[in-house]
Design a protein around this ligand. Structure first.
Ligand code: PHE
Length: 344
């Protein structure tokens, strides 16, 4: 029991010493140092308590109880002093650095998707809900996939329609996403339903409705029994989904990789069909070129034209965004101007 009292006395002494030095600390860093010197892993109180192996169980109980009390007391002194010192230090800090902690914080801008990305994702969701999958092709393409495999041989005048920049190695920045049709058909994983969004490039004089770089979304649907009425149904629904209920019409058009080829027009959103500068006084705006896959395109890919039929379309995507938001100049979408983009 003697030994016991002896250690209790030591604990009391250390505790008094600890509380006194904590109370006299002038800065929080000093306070933390003192606390650690007594209570840390190698602190004085901790060390003492490590060496109680020789006491009996009864004695250890008493020592344990005492040390818990002492620890709580020391911690209480430490916490009170910490609060006191920190308050003073904060004040001093703000006075020194002239920080006014009452000024409201900076407003953080919330950002949102670029309208082209937003509408592209909306369209992608719509097509995937109809069982289409999204695929991508390279933006730098071989002339074969961009032209030949799409029934546009080297000497065909239709190449002029898609006049483009040729690279020195004979590749081209793709002029349309139709090149992805040729690539995917070659894999012959039929039936298939895909959309292929992406950037395209053309040799183009830039104006309000033409850019040398623009976005398209290609679509291709191949199965045993695909008909023109499927194309009509799906594209009319697409227009309704993206642009709302509007009058539409299909008009014959020529694209070498479809037969028959069509253009889907909608009533001009700017003049309501009366005729204006944007629709060149026709009252209609072309939105989706489309048609039934030309047998030669299937032949290039090695697909039996008796067994499979298909339809394809290629939406000018920037145009869709333009119509959706009543933007009368495509260039506005690519200027990166926050005044414009924040309106969406
Ligand atoms: N690729 C054509 C273009 O860019 C559009 C199109 C795609 C037409 C698919 C018919 C079918 O002009």
């Amino acid at each position: 029991m003697d030994k016991n009292i002896e250690i209790i006395e030591t604990i009391n002494k250390i505790s008094e010493e600890a509380k006194k030095s904590l109370d006299s600390a002038k800065e929080s860093s000093e306070l933390d140092g003192i606390f650690k010197a007594f209570m840390g892993k190698k602190g004085r109180l901790t060390e003492i308590l490590h060496n109680i192996g020789s006491y009996s169980i009864e004695e250890k109980k008493i020592i344990g109880k005492k040390s818990n009390e002492v620890k709580n007391e020391i911690e209480a002194v430490y916490n009170a002093k910490k609060t006191e010192l920190s308050a003073g230090e904060n004040k001093k800090f703000s006075a020194e650095y002239k920080i006014d902690l009452t000024i409201p914080g900076k407003h953080i801008e919330r950002f949102h998707k670029h309208p082209i990305t937003a509408v592209l994702e909306e369209a992608a969701d719509f097509f995937t809900s109809m069982g289409f999958t999204i695929v991508e092709g390279p933006e730098i393409e071989t002339a074969y996939y961009n032209f030949d495999a799409l029934n546009i041989p080297a000497d065909h005048p239709a190449r002029d329609v898609w006049d483009t920049f040729y690279l020195l190695n004979g590749l081209v920045p793709r002029t349309h996403t139709s090149s992805v049709q040729a690539r995917i058909l070659e894999k012959k994983e039929l039936p298939l339903r895909i959309i292929a969004p992406g950037r395209c490039y053309r040799y183009e004089a830039v104006d309000a409705t033409h850019l040398f770089m623009f976005n398209q979304m290609e679509g291709l649907f191949v199965d045993k029994n695909v008909k023109l009425s499927d194309l009509k149904g799906i594209l009319e629904e697409t227009v309704k989904h993206l642009l709302g209920a509007r009058k539409t019409r299909f008009r014959p058009a020529f694209y070498p990789f479809v037969e028959p080829g069509l253009d889907l027009d909608i009533e001009c959103v700017f003049c309501g069909g009366r005729g204006c500068g944007v629709c060149k006084n026709t009252g209609w705006i072309e939105v989706i070129p489309c048609g039934m896959v030309h047998p030669n395109v299937f032949k290039y890919a090695g697909i039996d034209t008796e067994e499979y039929k298909g339809f394809a379309f290629g939406m000018g995507f920037d145009r869709i965004v333009m119509l959706k938001y009543n933007i009368n100049d495509l260039r506005l979408l690519y200027q990166g101007s926050l005044d414009i983009l924040n309106q969406f």
